[in-house]
Write a protein that binds this ligand. Structure first.
Ligand code: ZN
Length: 344
């Protein structure tokens, strides 16, 4: 299995700017990707670094004004006298007031949905490179590879077409999926990160070109709070093409795997030709951002279940914040996934 990685993800390092406003460290640390990459090397998989795939596949998903803000926002803020290594929004466009202002601080609160998605000097470069990792994975699968592992950082599934959030700026999984749609494929996305893939849902909510299923902790108990409920099933042409499977806090392997199995069955019914997996490891017991209790054996079993979909698959890395256990959980997942692929 080929792994595609980024050479510049560490340019996005808000943790280096100090604690977040809540006093906690910025949990999307650069060492997350290093830990995962070390495991890929240990397992003997080949690793390549994504070439520049340009902005076209990114702009196929994201709003032009949003991309311009991500590209220039930090420098504009500095040019206007903003000081320090990190641009955070302090006031936000909310449901009662949604005008887009011209001032950079106003745009920060328009395009960045919370404290978990600030801009630092290297955010744009790292986010674009992360998107290119996903595009490269999709391109390889379109060219005939059975699977590819896109080791993305920053993650993507909380990013909407025009809104960053939850450590995410560009929606890598959505960009990979759209790249396959544009090549004429029917696509399904199965999101097993412990947090609902709200950005991905938002991007494809009104289309039947991409079937989206998310298995996650109840958003009434954790981020992203405002989306991810079971009654969100898609609208218009996308009606019925969105399946949310929220789970109560404390759910362990049995309940989580039953939901993953339900998601795999739904992917089969969607008659997809390519599967994109939003692969988070933050359902792990003890993860600091959520409250599920999945074990390494659970991740291995999830890998087996997802392999049984029998589809060309792009694995797109999302969250997971128990850094010292990330590599082990990736190992377990790939063991199940690649082991079961042999018989597909
Ligand atoms: Zn997550």
């Amino acid at each position: 299995m080929i792994t595609i990685a980024s050479a510049v993800h560490s340019l996005h390092d808000p943790d280096a700017a100090g604690p977040m406003p809540n006093g906690r460290p910025y949990l999307d640390m650069a060492s997350r990707a290093a830990n995962l990459l070390a495991m890929v090397h240990e397992l003997g998989h080949s690793v390549t670094y994504a070439p520049d795939h340009g902005l076209v596949p990114i702009a196929a998903v994201h709003d032009a004004g949003y991309l311009e803000f991500l590209r220039t926002g930090f420098d504009r803020w500095q040019a206007e006298g903003g000081s320090g290594p990190i641009l955070r929004a302090w006031a936000f466009a909310l449901r009662q007031m949604g005008r887009r202002p011209e001032a950079v601080m106003g745009q920060a609160g328009y395009y960045l949905s919370g404290a978990s998605s600030p801009l630092v000097a290297g955010t744009w470069q790292a986010a674009v490179a992360s998107a290119h990792v996903a595009v490269d994975g999709a391109a390889r699968v379109l060219a005939g590879a059975r699977e590819a592992y896109a080791l993305c950082r920053p993650s993507g599934h909380h990013a909407y077409a025009d809104l960053a959030g939850g450590f995410c700026y560009l929606n890598n999984a959505a960009i990979a999926a759209q790249h396959c749609v544009d090549a004429g494929r029917r696509v399904a996305i199965l999101d097993i990160d412990v947090h609902h893939g709200n950005g991905t849902q938002g991007i494809f909510y009104r289309t039947d070109q991409v079937f989206f299923c998310s298995v996650h902790e109840d958003p009434n108990a954790t981020y992203p709070w405002y989306a991810g409920y079971a009654d969100e099933t898609g609208e218009g042409a996308g009606g019925g093409a969105n399946l949310n499977l929220p789970l109560p806090p404390g759910t362990g392997d049995a309940g989580w795997l039953a939901a993953v199995a339900r998601g795999v069955a739904a992917v089969g019914q969607a008659r997809a030709q390519v599967l994109v997996v939003s692969l988070g490891f933050d359902a792990a017991a003890g993860d600091p951002t959520a409250n599920l209790q999945v074990s390494p054996d659970g991740f291995q079993a999830a890998g087996r279940l997802i392999a049984q979909a029998g589809l060309p698959t792009v694995l797109v890395q999302e969250g997971g914040y128990l850094i010292e256990r990330l590599g082990g959980n990736l190992h377990a997942f790939l063991d199940g996934f690649l082991g079961a692929r042999v018989s597909v």
